[in-house]
Design a protein around this ligand. Structure first.
Ligand SMILES: *Cc1c(COP(=O)(O)O)cnc(C)c1O
Length: 307
């Protein structure tokens, strides 16, 4: 794993408000199995190898960072890979799926109704009948092993008042919440609309590792879900967000993806402007990677985000 570094963001706004903002550059840990996806896969790959599995299977949408990460991990660590994709095949294939296939992944499309049944035993039997035995990684990669990997994201003995992280399934922030041990406030920024149910999801993930309701509830005290910055949902385009990430790139020379991290960073800037954070706060943003998603976004919307 390449080492992630921490960048301090210099902005007049932050000086005016007397606030420090750092970014943990997990986007630098791998070019493809990037950011939180590497954290989530690390112990799953070890476990799959230990169990003698030769094939990894997982689920996701056609633009999923996780699907591509699994395809790349298969290639690098010597597993066959199968990706079960939600919805119909769309030709020409998008950037993500083209790369998955080039990496040797077998793709099977599943209609959206059947896809909802993906966690049922019947469906797993159906897949085993077709593909034989495999190591199953859930959609988005969030399971016990993934959360253990995500517990290694935040720096040990840090003195941040706030740790900010985007949320999809909630697995990543569950790992952060556990390793944080109630020291910092943890702010989660859902990429999706209607993120209120997420606190429950994160609680379940935390408890999968902690396995003690009282301790889990105690750890969850530090977590707040900030649900105002989803920009209309998963892959909606908003000019304000595009302008924000472009300006940010010109000033700081690194990129945010538009699905997850751009929304979080936009949210934090907005919250600083609105004095959400007390003076002298020290804030850490976790850059969870996902930069491959920009290619699909550009193809789909026929426009270039970063010149
Ligand atoms: C998958 C992903 C997330 C969401 O992580 P969860 O553990 O599902 O909450 C956040 N950021 C990026 C870049 C991702 O690819």
């Amino acid at each position: 794993m390449e080492t992630s570094k921490i960048d301090r963001l210099e902005e007049q706004l932050f000086r005016d408000k007397n606030i420090l903002v750092d970014v943990l550059r997990e986007d630098l840990n791998h070019p493809v199995i990037q950011g939180n996806k590497l954290r989530k896969l690390t112990y799953n790959l070890k476990n799959a190898k230990k169990k003698g599995n030769k094939t990894l299977m997982t689920f996701g949408g056609a633009y999923s960072n996780h699907i591509l990460a699994v395809a790349q991990a298969g290639k690098e660590y010597g597993f066959n890979t199968i990706g079960i994709i939600r919805g119909e095949e769309t030709l020409p294939l998008n950037y993500t799926l083209r790369n998955c296939i080039e990496l040797g992944m077998v793709i099977q499309y599943i209609d959206r109704t059947t896809y909802k049944l993906k966690n049922t035993p019947d469906f797993k039997d159906y897949l085993r009948n077709i593909y034989g035995s495999f190591y199953l990684i859930p959609e988005g990669g969030s399971n016990y092993y993934a959360i253990n990997g995500c517990m290694e994201i935040i720096p040990k003995n840090n003195d941040y008042d706030y740790i900010c992280c985007p949320i999809g399934t909630g697995g990543t922030i569950a790992g952060i919440t556990i390793s944080n041990q109630n020291k910092s406030k943890v702010l989660g920024f859902p990429a999706l609309k209607g993120g209120d149910f997420l606190k429950k999801e994160v609680t379940n993930f935390v408890n999968e590792v902690v396995n003690e309701n009282e301790t889990t509830n105690d750890l969850m005290q530090s977590l707040s879900i900030i649900s105002e910055y989803h920009f209309g949902g998963y892959a909606k385009i908003k000019e304000e967000l595009i302008n924000f990430v472009r300006n940010f790139y010109q000033t700081h020379q690194f990129k945010w993806d538009l699905i997850y991290n751009g929304k979080m960073a936009y949210g934090v800037y907005d919250m600083i402007e609105k004095d959400y954070f007390p003076k002298e706060s020290k804030i850490l943003l976790i850059h969870t990677g996902g930069l491959q998603g920009i290619n699909g976004f550009e193809e789909r919307n026929k426009r270039v985000i970063y010149e």
